[in-house]
Design a protein around this ligand. Structure first.
Ligand code: HPA
Length: 250
């Protein structure tokens, strides 16, 4: 196998390939947990090797509750990645989490259900209770924040990501409850990915791209896909120099 990637990126809604990956190899893997969402692309970016995986598949055919999170995370680990930046489109709940904001959350609450969420639940596997008090890697969060500073990209440091089941969006009452629970952002794909990454001892952090106000938080009655995609594209354009700055320091 070729040299391990210095960084892996998992792209969410609206982000199906990473701009500028040169000399790209495609790794189509079959893992002990089944097939990942797509082939893992590994290419060169700024003199480093970067892996990219589209969480929903390259043409967005896999809904959040059907993503094979175990295969995805296992595949990146198997290819040698040890640092994973997960990019997630989210709705904004807190007043400063407006559409187009880039946030680097530091906490999460998992409201998802029925997902295969551990490597310990296969026959014969050792049962482990990994520490998950701080669900994201402090080192990688710090590196992302430093890269944001160096590249002059504004980000919100911290926030609690509420992970809902989807694929439907939430009711206003559900968002009001998430707010009372302390959630600042809402999305559908933050878990079990983060916990699986912890089970494999990966350095994993989330970059949340705010795609819309969560239900009842903005002044529109409806959330549209056009709005979501336009805001994710806008935030992604600012994320590119931030990732380049992260790689420079890698
Ligand atoms: N809710 C849940 N997931 C999301 C949202 C939202 O409002 N926007 C983008 N992903």
């Amino acid at each position: 196998m070729s040299r391990a990637p210095d960084l892996a990126l998992i792209g969410g809604t609206g982000l199906y390939r990473w701009p500028g990956l040169a000399d790209m190899e495609r790794h189509a893997l079959d893992t002990p947990y089944g097939h990942p969402s797509d082939s893992v692309k590994i290419g060169r970016l700024g003199g480093r090797r970067v892996a990219f995986l589209a969480r929903h598949g390259e043409s967005h055919t896999i809904p959040p509750h059907r993503v094979n999170y175990r295969a995805n995370v296992w595949a990146l680990h198997h290819l040698g990645a040890r640092r994973v930046v997960a990019i997630n489109a989210v709705g904004g709940i807190r007043a400063d989490m407006a559409p187009r904001v880039i946030a680097i959350p530091d906490q999460l609450i998992d409201y998802s259900h029925g997902r295969l969420d551990s490597y310990c639940d296969v026959a014969g596997a050792e049962v482990r209770h990994v520490d998950f008090g701080a669900p994201y890697s402090a080192a990688l969060r710090g590196a992302l924040l430093a890269a944001a500073g160096r590249s002059g990209v504004a980000v919100v440091d911290g926030g609690c990501y509420g992970v809902t089941q989807g694929p439907r969006l939430e009711t206003r009452a559900e968002i009001a409850r998430l707010r009372r629970d302390g959630c600042d952002l809402v999305g559908m794909t933050g878990m079990p990915e983060a916990a699986l990454a912890r089970e494999l001892a990966l350095d994993y952090a989330c970059v949340a791209l705010v795609a819309n106000w969560a239900a009842g938080c903005g002044d529109t009655d409806e959330i549209t896909l056009d709005e979501v995609l336009a805001n994710v594209a806008d935030a992604t354009a600012r994320l590119v120099p931030l990732v380049e700055a992260l790689l420079e320091a890698a």
